[in-house]
Design a protein around this ligand. Structure first.
Ligand code: HEM
Length: 496
């Protein structure tokens, strides 16, 4: 006799089999019942970006990712430039941050990174005019000059073996704090101090990554009970908020005195406060400052570290950069290790620009972007998306797409950026994506290039950089593309 239980089990198993079979039919990754693509992902966890790049290539640029049942790991992943242009530009209004992104990055509050609609638009307008202002450009020059002279060069002069990832993180944290808050936390000093606000920031970034991968209900329970990663996040959040609110209080005090806003003291928060007509809460200033710090810190450090590693492992590129610096008469002598050049002077270094663009193409500091659909839509690749569907755009895979960059897409070739006339080749932003495309394009692209060039010239023309033998270099699974084991190098001084 076949009982009700047996029939039920048979129906459930047939259902699982059918779902499994229909999902697997067109999928370039094996989808298992219950656990979805998890086994494939776990098997490749150490090389996740390359794994998804290969899978996307097999899937013609778009993939429906299926996570385990009841997890939040179901989303559309794409590196198809038609889809990317559709999502970020043509149908911009229909693809927003979405509620889940806002929850994951809740520490960002209502800052520019975490907002949509009018809230985003008004901040974008104000920040755009501040960042494109020459006062900002001069502040970047002044701050870099100060940090190179008192921070970077003394460290490079006195240590022959260094973790350059740590050095660049310290440098960019100081630079962005000075630019946004007018305050120097002095992380970049020869003692390599443990600065609490910098450490707190790192913990918050790790917690955001954690929230991507565990089921929403689980991290929310941890948040409620204040245990595990969520407890670490709460403590780091408190430390970082205290740092930010102290800085905001100081700003208010300074602004009430006569000399506030002097050119030699330019910082983004003061300039923003001076330009605002209406009263804004301290919470608003905290969210604004946090988003700006997040925008300009790890991104620039990541770009610098991958660039330096690529140059150190490609001697012919290093030689060409040195030659260009010499030809453009931008080399220094034994007495002055470095000199600060203006944005215009730096723009003469076309080959260097090409080498940095190549590093950004192969190792985009922001490897993934998220969006969520507001209304159902059909992507140009033919993939339908429902309401509030999560979509990940792989900027990493786009930089390695044969279709966009040709058969030699995996090679580091600064030459591909140089035109026959010797200028920089223009590649549309929906193909060269590290700074995104469309209305939400990075506001700091020019300043980022300038910072990277300034540090690159100071390092490369004074030191030969050699990566320590057998030092493993792999990307870590993180929100910003970091090196898992840092970048350990030996520096030897050049004789001019
Ligand atoms: C190599 C360095 C950098 C890279 C690769 C980079 C990349 C990006 C990306 C991918 C976005 C889009 C984020 C999103 O919509 O989710 C973005 C936005 C933004 N970036 Fe950058 N960024 C860099 C440096 C900077 C710097 C130095 C600043 C400021 C000083 C900055 C300011 C901003 C701002 C304000 C936004 C928000 C734009 C908006 O939502 O309208 N970035 N950046």
């Amino acid at each position: 006799m076949v009982g009700f239980k047996e029939i039920l089990v048979a129906v459930v198993l047939s259902f699982i089999f059918l779902v499994h079979w229909s999902w697997n039919r067109n999928s370039p990754v094996r989808i298992w019942p219950v656990v979805g693509m998890l086994p494939g992902v776990l098997h490749n966890i150490g090389r996740l970006h390359d794994f998804f790049t290969e899978v996307l290539e097999r899937g013609k640029g778009t993939l429906q990712v299926r996570g385990p049942w009841f997890s939040n790991l179901n989303f559309v992943l794409t590196s198809d430039s038609r889809n990317v242009q559709h999502i970020l530009s043509k149908k911009f209004e229909n693809f927003q941050r979405g509620p889940e992104f806002r929850e994951i990055f809740e520490a960002l509050g209502d800052g520019i990174f975490n907002s949509d609609g009018d809230l985003w638009k008004t901040q974008q307008k104000s920040l755009h005019s501040l960042i494109k202002n020459t006062k900002f450009e001069l502040a970047v020059q002044r701050i870099l000059s100060q940090k190179l002279e008192r921070g970077l060069i003394p460290i490079l002069e006195s240590c022959s073996v260094l973790d350059m990832q740590d050095v660049f993180h310290r440098l960019t944290f100081d630079v962005i704090c000075l630019l946004v808050l007018g305050f120097d936390p002095n992380c970049l000093s020869i003692e390599f101090p443990n600065v609490s606000c910098e450490k707190a920031y790192d913990v918050m970034e790790e917690a955001a990554l954690y929230r991507h991968f565990v089921p929403t209900g689980f991290w929310k329970l941890q948040r409620l009970l204040q245990v595990g990663e969520e407890n670490k996040l709460r403590r780091a959040w408190e430390t970082f908020d205290k740092f930010l609110y102290d800085q905001i209080l100081l700003k208010h005090e300074k602004l009430s005195t006569k000399n506030a806003g002097k050119e030699e003291e330019f910082d983004l928060l003061t300039a923003f406060m001076l330009g605002e007509s209406g009263e804004k809460s301290n919470r608003f200033w905290r969210d604004t400052a946090f988003s700006l710090l997040a925008a300009g810190r790890d991104t620039v450090a990541a770009a610098l570290v991958w660039f330096l590693w690529l140059v150190a492992t490609h001697p012919s590129v290093e030689e060409k950069i040195l030659e260009e610096i010499k030809v453009k008469n931008m080399h220094t002598n034994e007495d002055s290790k470095w000199k600060i050049y203006s944005v215009k002077e730096m723009s003469q270094l076309v080959y260097l620009h090409g080498a940095i663009s190549e590093a950004l193409r192969l190792y985009p500091p922001v490897p993934f972007e998220h969006r969520a659909s507001v209304q159902p839509d059909i992507l140009p690749s033919g993939h339908p998306v429902g309401r509030n569907t999560k979509i990940f755009l792989s900027l990493y895979s786009m930089g390695r797409s044969k279709e966009i960059w040709g058969e030699d897409c995996l090679e580091f070739k600064p030459e591909r950026w140089i035109s026959e006339q010797g200028g920089v080749v223009h590649i549309p932003s929906y193909k060269f994506m590290p700074f995104l495309t469309g209305p939400r394009t990075c506001l700091g692209k020019d300043t980022a290039f300038y910072q990277i060039k300034t540090v690159a010239v100071a390092v490369i023309q004074n030191y030969h950089v050699k990566v320590l033998e057998n030092h493993p270099v792999t990307p870590s699974p993180s929100i910003i593309l970091k090196m898992k084991h840092g970048l350990l190098v030996r520096l030897s001084k050049r004789h001019h």
